[in-house]
Design a protein around this ligand. Sequence first.
Ligand code: SF4
Length: 303
Amino acid sequence: MERYYSYSRFLKERFGEKVYKISINGGFTCPNRDGTLSTGGCIFCSEGGSGEYSESALLPVSRQIALGREQSSRKYSGGRYIAYFQAFTNTYAPVERLRALYEAAIAPEEIVAVAIGTRPDCLPEEVLDLLEEINRQKPVFLEMGLQTCHDSTAAFLNRGYETRVFTEAANTCASRGIRTTAHLILGLPGETPDMLAETIAYVNALPVSGVKLSMLHILKNTRLADIYAQEPFPLFTLESYVDCVISCLEMLRPDMVVERITGDGPRDLLIAPTWSLHKRQVLNSIHQEMKRRNSFQGKQWKK
Ligand code: SF4
């Protein structure tokens, strides 16, 4: 029995088979790094802007897709892929440059959708028009970093936008038929279980289709690493993380696709928690504990 609505199930339902994601680097930056909003970025963000698993931005998109296919062939025998613009803010560029990148990404027949990671404050009208147009050709899955619904925590994180901006972006995307996913970080300093429950309730109430859950990672060369070095704060143990993820899943709307339930901190940058490197063990622990508790997504959800 599957106890939550996994991303692999969603992809099978949508595309009829397992689909593999290929990470693309479009050579973007971020307004929270280039001085438009700030130069420091979100305090947890690595120098690569979460693009550590992508190819070089110097390579054309078609070449990056070919390399991604080659690399995936050891673990994936299917022939359909999602092009995933992952590093930094992938809607933050003039619309003609975005068009060239997105069109190159969806051109190969084997690419069945394009996933685009961005910020909710980087979706001007002309970009939304373009996303809607691309979405008519192949599905667009837009991923937006939220982390928390609490503006006080967001200010500590230097997120650079207020939560109302996310609300507006989620509603606008839904009205244009663009599927959205919210990225959430569990275990943020100063956040209580009640505050996390409020973030889950906030996302539940929006027309958002998926969530990505991750533990807070302390990565080298980040502002968060400096704060942690000066004044260490409590981080999850494997057991406390499993407990927290399960309570989030229980509060989550049953139709919400759970696209990630553990983190992907790059090995060479990760300071803590190092147990998160054992991804298979984290997933097994969550699954076993859900079974033991007879827990399932939406168990505590109230419409
Ligand atoms: S918005 Fe994303 S890319 Fe920009 S600083 Fe924050 S985490 Fe990094």
